[in-house]
Design a protein around this ligand. Structure first.
Ligand code: BTN
Length: 247
């Protein structure tokens, strides 16, 4: 028996939004999955295209009073999903802060939102995974950058869909196991580093609040930031979009 209180709906606006609205009502570790989202959201107010049942869309509500633990959860969830893809034979890559790429294309997006003040802390970690999409199912602007599990398996429209239900069950099992193991944030970051899209001293470009930081990747920090080197100076960044500089 896992710790999760699982709710599945056929359709909703956004699993993050519903859990946020009903956070006082639902117990901690409620997982809401919607087969279709009409208002799926990504980071920076972007749309997460999920108005179809081709992906897996779910969010986990975590009610925690400890600020340290609140950093643990999104990282542990990201690591669990990386393990899932590795277990089924792929070489997933970790993209700071919470995304997963395979073969240079994005397959998982994670949106972590919460309130970290006072005694009513809560965290909602929303996960979107591309499962049964064919290339033409993605909106034009991400067609070249996104990939689904089905595409990676070399399958096409004629092939039977992969069960999102089974993947959901497998992933929650790994997440539950990793929550139980309760590794320190430092250990999780060390593990994430092994999957990193960026190796030490590789060129990196981070766009944060309209500013561009082109430098060299150094490391991920236990406080959630990323450390880069730019013109001999070390710079810590806590948000932003990371872009790979092709060599
Ligand atoms: C990103 O890459 O910008 C993050 C995307 C997160 C999408 C998931 S789908 C389930 C949950 N509900 C949402 O509205 N967003 C997250």
């Amino acid at each position: 028996m896992s710790r999760f209180n699982i709710i599945t709906l056929n359709k909703c606006s956004s699993t993050n939004d519903i859990l946020k609205e009903k956070r006082d009502f639902y117990p901690s570790f409620t997982v809401l999955r919607c087969k279709i989202q009409s208002k799926g959201r990504g980071r920076w107010g972007r749309e997460w295209f999920s108005d179809n049942d081709k992906g897996l869309y779910f969010s986990i509500l975590i009610k925690e009073t400890d600020n340290e633990n609140i950093r643990f959860y999104p990282l542990s969830i990201t690591l669990s999903i990386l393990s899932f893809f590795e277990n089924i034979g792929f070489s997933p890559e970790y993209q700071w802060p919470n995304d997963i790429y395979i073969k240079g294309k994005k397959i998982v997006g994670i949106l972590s939102e919460g309130v970290y003040k006072g005694d009513k802390n809560y965290l909602i970690v929303g996960v979107g995974i591309n499962i049964n999409h064919n290339k033409q199912d993605f909106p034009e602007e991400i067609k070249e950058k996104a990939v689904s599990l089905k595409m990676l398996k070399g399958e096409d429209i004629s092939t039977k869909d992969i069960s999102t239900e089974d993947i959901f069950t497998d992933i929650l099992e790994i997440i539950d196991k990793n929550f139980k193991t309760n590794d320190s944030v430092i250990t999780i970051i060390k593990n994430l580093q092994k999957y990193s899209r960026f190796k030490k001293k590789e060129p990196i470009n981070i766009k944060e609040k309209g500013k561009e930081y082109k430098g060299y990747f150094l490391e991920y920090r236990s406080d959630g930031g990323i450390l880069i080197e730019k013109n001999g100076e070390k710079i810590k960044l806590y948000e932003g979009d990371v872009l790979k500089i092709e060599k």
